[in-house]
Design a protein around this ligand. Structure first.
Ligand SMILES: [Zn+2]
Length: 172
């Protein structure tokens, strides 16, 4: 899945999560989701984050291969644990969720992901779409439409905008 699809699908599931739980749909929550949803592809030098990782992605890919360790639920759990111990802010929660949503989205692709690395190198998948295919574009717009729908039904955009203004006021 391409980076803009990861951002859109993760924001969409993040909005659904905020709608049905006490989690607030704030600017820092969505910033966390976006960054978390991009990070797992640091193991691919040609990806959006890979091209901006100052050579780090080449090292990760050499060592573990693309869609290797960074797409493992075990690695996610370790990162989630460290992040949440450091800070349980809405940004951190968004980050941890965004990372998880990325793994789920790639799990639904033909290529699959090694969910249980390092215990197993087997790639797990429910092959719904192929990266870069027309179906991925459909998923992108579907997620966009659902995000707008959920956002307006549950007044999430109002909440988001208010938190954004509050953040701005803190910085100024
Ligand atoms: Zn990925």
């Amino acid at each position: 899945m391409r980076y803009h699809s990861h951002i859109m699908t993760s924001l969409c599931i993040g909005a659904v999560t905020a709608a049905y739980t006490p989690l607030p749909f704030t600017a820092s929550y969505t910033a966390g989701i976006i960054i978390g949803s991009l990070l797992p592809d640091i193991d691919e030098p040609k990806s959006y984050v890979g091209r901006r990782s100052l050579g780090m992605s080449h090292k990760v890919k050499e060592a573990f291969g693309h869609r290797g360790m960074t797409h493992s639920l075990f690695v996610w759990a370790v990162i989630a644990f460290i992040v949440m111990v450091e800070s349980s802010s809405t940004f951190s929660i968004g980050f941890v969720l965004g990372y998880l949503f990325h793994i789920i989205a790639d799990f639904l692709s033909v290529q699959g992901v090694p969910l249980l690395w390092p215990f197993q190198t087997k790639r797990y998948k429910i092959p719904l779409y192929r990266t870069g295919s027309a179906l991925e574009t459909v998923l992108f717009y579907g997620a966009f439409a659902l995000l707008i729908y959920i956002g307006s039904q549950y007044h999430l955009f109002y909440e988001w905008w208010r938190s954004f203004l509050l953040l701005l006021r803190q910085w100024m």
